[in-house]
Design a protein around this ligand. Structure first.
Ligand SMILES: [Zn+2]
Ligand SMILES: [Zn+2]
Length: 432
């Protein structure tokens, strides 16, 4: 078996790993790196038409973004993914096309991508060739996210993005899987990456929002449309319902609204409690009376009084969140609260590092509003990653990817005594 890293090694973005076994091949994820400069996986032209199978771990652009580029260039590979992953793919790719559309692909290519999807359930085993079979396991990252275990000459487990802790909506990642070789993310692999509990984080978030509301300010929470957006909305909803959070409108704008709908339709993949609330009670948390959108309340009215705005994109690389930031920037009483990972080169990262003069849609803006960050992470932290790694049965070799700077190295230092740990570079090939 050969393993080549076409993207995602030593970086967060454009995950793309190529596995060859005998006569067959499998691509694990196919993402692009967003930011000031967009980066694509280092696949060659020949791969577009020769790759036969693609397995997708979950629907974030750093894992699916390159698909329409490939199908535009003649790719006919079968795509394997869970149902939420397929449903969310249409949403994310269409939105990307709308915002960044540059003629590399069009709506027909997105339709073509979707046509090639084959749905795989968690736990189901699928033969993809004589040499390879695979099965999907809950990754705990976003709805439908999967860790993919591939059986061939060796057993290889690819985690995609993974969170072993349960969240408001999801059960934590499955543990104790068997694999000789592991390809694992290390987004928060750093020694100092310790995530607070969901409860502590939620309390801090609510206190911070209450402080802002009490001084007549407005709060902007930029989030990923898929995953973080739903988690944050459900936290705000439950704290507002219980009276801990001040009752001001929660104004939801952008793609997060559409993603909510797909979450509701695929609630079968969520944890029991949410499933029950949506399927068996009148208390559908996604249809809360606290939520407003441009369809139910005018933007100008919403922004006239204290409110909480939840909008895309999570790293402020685009989407209506940018417009809200511009509107709120001037008010010292306002606040922007970042709730997820901010990749290098993004506006979110700059703000999180304290920059006060930023460029938004070509205009120089002074940020007078307050900035805070709470890590409502959809990823495992340093100890969580180690817990997941140590749970794997028969593990010998680990490839650390999807991590920036020193993070993979700091994780490698912790586990190097008991496994062979490799930090690959992009374009490197390994024989397993
Ligand atoms: Zn992700
Ligand atoms: Zn990712």
């Amino acid at each position: 078996m050969n393993l080549t890293f076409f993207g995602g090694a030593g970086e967060v973005g454009r995950n793309c790993i190529f596995l060859e076994a005998g006569g067959s091949s499998l691509l694990l994820d196919c993402g692009i790196k967003l930011g000031e400069k967009e980066e694509y996986p280092l696949l060659g032209k020949e791969h577009f038409t020769s790759i036969e199978n693609i397995a997708i771990s979950h629907t974030h652009m750093d894992h699916i973004g390159y698909l329409p580029f490939m199908y535009n260039k003649g790719c006919t590979a079968k795509i394997y993914a869970t149902k939420p992953t397929r449903d969310l793919t249409q949403l994310l790719l269409s939105d990307y096309l709308r915002i960044h559309g540059k003629g590399d692909f069009d709506v027909n290519d997105i339709a073509n991508v979707l046509k090639h999807y084959n749905i795989v359930e968690y736990g189901e085993s699928v033969d993809i060739s004589k040499e390879l079979s695979m099965s999907f396991h809950n990754a705990g990252h976003i709805l439908g996210s999967a860790m993919i275990s591939i059986s061939g000459e060796k057993n290889v487990l690819y985690t995609g993005d993974t969170n072993i802790r349960g969240t408001k909506i999801l059960d934590g990642a499955e543990k104790n899987i068997e694999a000789e070789v592991l390809i694992i993310e290390s987004t928060y692999g750093g020694k100092n990456d310790v995530h607070k509990s969901l409860k502590d984080n939620s309390n801090l978030l609510c206190k911070s929002i209450n402080d802002t509301v009490d001084r007549n300010g407005k709060v902007l929470i930029p989030t990923f449309a898929v995953g973080r957006g739903q988690e944050i909305l459900l936290i705000l909803e439950s704290y507002m319902r219980s009276g801990i959070l001040r009752k001001v409108p929660i104004y939801v704008d952008g793609m997060v609204l559409k993603a909510n709908r797909i979450y509701r339709h695929n609630v079968y993949y969520a944890k029991e409690e949410i499933k029950k609330r949506i399927l068996m009670s009148e208390e559908d948390p996604f249809k809360s009376k606290f939520f407003f959108s441009p369809a139910t309340l005018k933007k100008s009215e919403a922004l006239a009084k204290p409110c909480i705005i939840v909008s895309t994109s999570g790293m402020l690389t685009g989407g209506p969140g940018l417009g809200y930031l511009k509107r709120l920037a001037d008010g010292e009483n306002n606040k922007v609260i970042l709730v997820g990972y901010q990749a290098e080169g993004t506006l979110g990262r700059k703000i999180s590092e304290g920059e006060k003069k930023v460029r938004i849609r070509g205009e120089e803006i002074d940020l007078k509003l307050e900035t805070e960050q709470y890590e409502f992470s959809a990823h495992s932290d340093h100890n969580g990653l180690i817990e997941l790694i140590d749970s794997i049965r028969g593990l010998k070799k680990i490839f650390l990817i999807h991590g920036e700077g020193n993070k993979p190295k700091e994780l490698a230092e912790e586990i190097g005594d008991r496994y062979e740990v490799i930090m690959p570079r992009n374009s490197e090939t390994f024989i397993l």
